[in-house]
Ligand binder design. Structure first.
Ligand code: HAM
Length: 429
């Protein structure tokens, strides 16, 4: 049989890397809690039409990147992003009836059939947050400030915050017309993809990476030319508040984003270019004031972001070497195994992460194993110890060794680890 491999673009995260993933996720949960966001968990599979409706029929995601399938008589899709599912849940459960403003966050896998490269995968993970019911721009500024604080906490280097406004839904058709009038005479200079976009979604031409399109975009109309005064005031408000919060940012008039649901504020944060190269967009987001009503809900404004966890793990400061357990119980000979397992259980019930040898080995190799696991203390139970009712306690950091009574051993170890500031992973049961 051919060796079995993971699906292209879908990665295993092995335990050595998981420490860093957990660290980034924990920092995100902490930042979310500090800003009053509560976790929501929605299904990974949703009706296909949810994404067609919310993300937009002419986006890359819906046109060519969705994992869709038919099951019995339902058209279903593995979620390519989290905003549409969260909005569906918000509407379905009538959440607006219970609270005027809702702050939700989520973390989980998303699926897009993109060409895999560093930082771009087919199964990837997003950390996201959404606010419903606040027309801003105060919450727009606060959300960006929260992201910056979160990225700083995990040590993302060379951060750059890009903001733009694409105006409200009323400004969009005017902008579209202005772009059509500008690009139509240059049609032949555009890439094939952008020529097609002229008919479907001319905004996306501004976002193209193709050098022919980038050249053709010189002097293109800007949304600011057709934006209403209210849209402009919203954007000015956001910029003022970001300044007041000390959030350095740059206005990028070319920023358009690849999803159709945005209105007014859009933003992206880039960082760690040296490690990520071209895929250095760590997060993207913005306002989508029309989506909730569009999905059959009330007219409630909304705003959100998603950050790519896979990219953040690469971008963040590397985590120090992980210690797997604090204590290691080393029985020498089969007769000591029962007592060793009982001692390990006592230690764990006191919140000490413990590993006990169950295979049988020499003291030398057991000490080596304890060291590899990062244990601070080793509890040795040999024939002599068993007959005297004691345990030999060895401190791997200080190399000291002493005998302690078997009965009180777990309490002594727990106290010693606590006093030395060694990590105690679990709470006492
Ligand atoms: P997005 O820009 O499509 O926005 O994705 C957000 C982030 O997810 C990107 O900046 C990137 O870090 C990460 N990402 C996207 N695709 C991949 C991939 N194939 N591999 C690895 N990472 C990836 C959204 O998804 C919106 N739902 C954001 C949002 C929330 N807007 C409002 N609320």
């Amino acid at each position: 049989m051919e060796p079995l491999r993971a699906v292209k673009g879908m990665n295993d995260v092995l335990p050595d890397e998981c420490a860093q993933w957990q660290r980034v996720e924990a920092a995100f949960r902490r930042a979310s809690a500090l800003y009053g966001f509560r976790e929501v968990r929605t299904p990974i599979v949703e009706p296909t039409r949810l994404f067609v409706r919310a993300v937009g029929e002419t986006t890359d995601i819906v046109e060519k990147e969705m994992y869709s399938f038919r099951h019995h008589d339902e058209d279903l899709t593995l979620r390519p992003e989290g905003t549409a599912g969260a909005a569906r849940a918000y509407v379905e459960h009538g959440v607006h009836n219970a609270e005027p403003v809702t702050r939700w966050y989520y973390a989980g896998p998303m699926f897009r059939a993109e060409k895999p490269q560093r930082g771009r995968y087919r199964q990837f993970y997003q950390l996201g947050a959404e606010i419903y019911g606040d027309p801003g721009p105060g919450c727009d500024a606060e959300m960006i400030a929260m992201l910056v604080a979160f990225f700083e906490a995990i040590g993302v280097p060379d951060m750059e915050v890009l903001v733009n406004s694409i105006g409200s839904a009323e400004a969009r058709p005017k902008f579209r017309d202005a772009l059509l009038a500008f690009f139509e005479p240059k049609r032949a200079q555009l890439s094939e993809e952008s020529q097609r976009r002229l008919a479907t979604n001319p905004l996306r031409i501004l976002d193209s990476k193709d050098p022919r399109d980038q050249a053709a975009c010189e002097g293109a109309p800007q949304i600011a030319d057709v934006m209403s005064d209210a849209d402009k005031a919203h954007f000015d408000g956001l910029r003022r508040l970001l300044d007041a919060l000390g959030v350095a940012h740059r206005v990028d008039p070319k920023l358009v984003r690849g999803l159709d649901y945005y209105t007014r504020t859009i933003f992206e944060i880039k960082g760690a270019k040296a490690k990520l190269g071209a895929g250095d967009t760590l997060c993207g987001g913005g306002r989508y004031d029309g989506m909730i009503a569009d999905l059959g809900g009330p007219s409630v404004p909304a705003l959100g972001f998603s950050a790519g966890l896979d990219r953040l793990v690469i971008a963040a400061e590397p985590a120090g070497a992980e210690s797997v357990v604090d204590a290691f119980v080393a029985p020498l000979g089969e007769a000591a195994l029962g007592s060793a397992l009982e001692l390990a259980r006592e230690l764990r019930s006191r919140g000490v992460a413990t590993s006990a040898d169950t295979r049988g080995a020499s003291l030398k190799s057991l000490l080596r194993r304890a060291n590899t696991l990062g244990a601070r203390l080793v509890l040795i139970l040999g024939e002599g110890e068993m007959s005297r009712g004691v345990v030999t306690l060895k401190d791997l950091a200080g190399h000291a060794q002493e005998e302690v009574p078997r009965e009180g051993a777990a309490a002594i170890v727990a106290d010693r680890l606590a006093a030395s500031g060694a990590v105690r992973r679990g709470e006492p049961a």
